[in-house]
Design a protein around this ligand. Structure first.
Ligand code: HEC
Length: 156
């Protein structure tokens, strides 16, 4: 009897706790804007007529990319988004140890997380990181990056 009771209590607890626990994890976006953005170097510019994108990384990130090794946890990449000659927002990719485990396997982009920031460097809450991730998933063979060739070619 006692055993059945214990099992019952465990089952009830899990039913209550699990959805909250998993929900909170799924919502976690740990990508943050780099505090040392002034040290970042622009390694590529993409001109699309009325819009423009500028890709930035730390010099050590660019250096590492040339070695062909995967970029380490802690790496951040920033894409400045320009519309009609005005900088409008920053897209950030940020890699952390095991951050991919926050996300279900089909939505995972390695250990990278994506986030959009305003010019005030605060998170743009109306942007959906899932969209970023689903598009960058196509680049799985390039560590989810689109600009890796430009980064490797970049000469300071
Ligand atoms: C429809 C596809 C698509 C979506 C959605 C998308 N990206 Fe990208 N991203 C690209 C492409 C393509 C590039 C390379 C630059 C270019 O061609 O304009 C890029 C480049 C980048 C880079 C430069 C590093 C790299 O990957 O090479 C960052 C950082 C980035 N995107 C972050 C984001 C974030 C954050 C979001 C969501 C707010 C996002 N992207 C949404 C396609 C996409």
């Amino acid at each position: 009897m006692l055993f059945t009771r214990i099992i019952f209590i465990i089952t009830i607890s899990l039913t209550i706790i699990l959805p909250f626990g998993l929900g909170a994890r799924a919502d976690t976006n740990r990508a943050t804007f780099p505090e040392d953005f002034d040290k970042f170097v622009r390694y590529a510019t993409y001109d699309w007529g009325s819009s423009r994108e500028e890709a930035f990384a730390l010099p050590e990130t660019i250096e590492l990319s040339k070695s062909g090794k995967p970029l380490p946890p802690g790496t951040r990449l920033v894409l400045g988004i320009w519309k009609s000659d005005k900088l409008t927002s920053y897209f950030v990719m940020h890699k952390g140890i095991d951050w991919g485990l926050d996300v279900s396997e089909d939505k995972r982009t390695g250990d990278w997380r994506f986030q959009e920031f305003g010019l005030d460097k605060q998170v743009n809450r109306s942007a959906f990181a899932e969209r970023c991730e689903s598009c960058h998933q196509s680049q799985a063979s390039n560590d989810y990056m689109f600009t890796i060739d430009r980064m490797r070619e970049y000469l300071p």
